[in-house]
Design a protein around this ligand. Structure first.
Ligand code: IPE
Ligand code: IPE
Ligand code: MG
Length: 237
């Protein structure tokens, strides 16, 4: 674990809360609550391991298709988690950021998130990005529209032909952040589900069958070890 480098940016698809709840004879929201507890431990362990950016997929633009009860329940859990953990997150020097239009959430959730962002913005430690109402295609489309508008207004600062992929990255919600080195998805599903499509072009993927609420810091370290055993070539040889 010590010899190979720790990934700078880890992105996680926290999946399997519903199946965990079913396995335990509980309702889906109990699964999401257990998932929040798992997330709390992974945030801590990431910081201890020296991960600089941790991005978690908490709610996708497609998750609105679920029942109103489940959707509002998830958002209530966000408020609960932010309220109970914010002080410790702040003390640990973590910077909270939200990827996605969280202003579409209920007012109480927006307020809790605004508080978390404001409280931690002067911190200088690990970046903790919560992808909430996040969808990669919408993110890329928004960036393309911004680019088109700037080109039309003549405010690009360079000819359109000279716009680079790095420039385009700067228009995404992850502007200024390194791309994820490692993407982890739990629960045995092997797809991205509209997560960080542009940013994961050269990421390593680790899939585990463990359901998110059961994803322990030990399983997390095992995933990182799997990553560390990979050979990354970025198209070179
Ligand atoms: C992931 O768990 C959390 C969210 C998508 C909000 P799921 O709720 O998708 O759990 P499964 O996939 O139904 O088991
Ligand atoms: C992806 O999980 C989104 C989050 C974990 C927040 P889903 O459970 O929504 O994805 P699909 O439906 O299995 O692709
Ligand atoms: Mg799922």
């Amino acid at each position: 674990m010590q010899s190979a480098p720790i990934p700078v940016h880890v992105a996680i698809v926290m999946d399997g809360n519903g199946r965990w709840a079913t396995q335990h004879g509980k309702g889906r929201l109990a699964g999401h609550d257990a998932g929040m507890k798992a997330m709390k431990e992974i945030v801590k362990r990431s910081d201890q391991l020296g991960v600089k950016y941790l991005t978690v997929y908490a709610f996708s633009t497609e998750n609105w298709k679920r029942s109103a009860e489940e959707v509002s329940g998830i958002f209530n859990l966000v408020v609960k988690y932010v309220n109970s953990e914010l002080e410790e997150i702040y003390q640990n020097n973590v910077i909270v950021n939200v990827l996605g239009d969280y202003t579409a959430l209920p007012a109480r959730s927006v307020k809790a998130l605004d508080k978390a962002l404001a409280r931690t913005q002067t911190n200088t430690g690990m970046h903790f990005n919560i992808a909430l109402n996040y969808g990669s295609r919408a993110e890329i489309l928004t960036a393309a529209k911004k680019l088109a508008a700037a080109a039309a207004e003549g405010t690009l600062g360079k000819p359109l032909e000279e716009v680079t992929t790095e420039d385009f990255s700067g228009l995404l919600l992850t502007a200024g952040m390194p791309d994820p080195d490692l993407v982890i998805r739990t629960s045995g599903e092997k797809r991205l589900s509209n997560y960080l499509l542009w940013q994961s072009a050269y990421s390593e993927f680790v899939f585990t069958d463990v359901l998110w609420p059961d994803f322990s810091p030990e399983e997390y370290e095992r995933c990182i070890e799997e990553y560390q055993a990979r050979s990354r070539r970025f198209g070179g040889r």
